[in-house]
Design a protein around this ligand. Sequence first.
Ligand SMILES: C[S@@+](CC[C@H](N)C(=O)[O-])C[C@H]1O[C@@H](n2cnc3c(N)ncnc32)[C@H](O)[C@@H]1O
Length: 260
Amino acid sequence: MDEPDWRRFITAYHQAHPGITEQLFALADTSPYAWLAEPLRGIEGTVLDLACGSAPTRDELPDADWIGIDLSAAELAEAARLGRGPLVRAGADALPAASASVRAVCAAMCLPVVTPLPRVLGEIRRVLRPGGTLTALVPSQSGLSPSGMLGWLRVMAALRAVRQPWPNPRARDGLAALLRTAGFRVRADERRVFALAIDSAEAAALLADALYLPGLTHHRAEAAKRSLARWAASGRRLELPLRRVVADLPTGQPPSREQT
Ligand SMILES: C[S@@+](CC[C@H](N)C(=O)[O-])C[C@H]1O[C@@H](n2cnc3c(N)ncnc32)[C@H](O)[C@@H]1O
């Protein structure tokens, strides 16, 4: 899928499913957003939530000078409906912030899907002030137990999907290396396995909708939901490995806008 096609897909997807990542994560045993926000608690200065979606990190950082940006009008409307803000509609590749003006950037579940990634990383570097922090949450492909792997095989078989064709696959387990190459100093790169409760037909349907599968037809999605609803059961858990990377912008580095 080329970049214009991906942009069309992601725009239509979030228009149809605003807040879906937050809804999926509400099935988790503990909040991935709380984990992501941990390194940012109590810091002084502006925190920019990149591709904030429905802005779940807003509630995790109630005292922060927080601002959320996202490209999707529907996601931002959902964030506003939940009383979260301030919000700005903008692309991650052209951030509406002055150079070296931001203390921290928070990036929840967005770096594998925002395009073009080199320019997005350049923009993060440009807006962060020297010594500023980036904290990012991304899916991880490792860490599943054998039964966790079977669970995902069951889900992907129902969806007739082999993989999620995201534009920046390296921005998952390879994120720390990408950030180092982009000039960041990586402070922490950790994986944690969460557990999603797939205990009802509603939870199964949410899971089927939440997986970002561009080739998924309506007919196939409905069949998958019926299949996964039969699999859903009280006590059913689906492992969800996530990675949190915390990186700083070294002091003494001039802000620059990276082009692709
Ligand atoms: C998986 S969702 C994550 C939303 C939110 N951060 C969360 O964790 O709940 C990805 C978000 O990226 C946004 N997005 C995708 N491409 C973007 C871009 N180029 N610039 C800004 N936002 C973008 C989508 O609209 C969507 O809200």
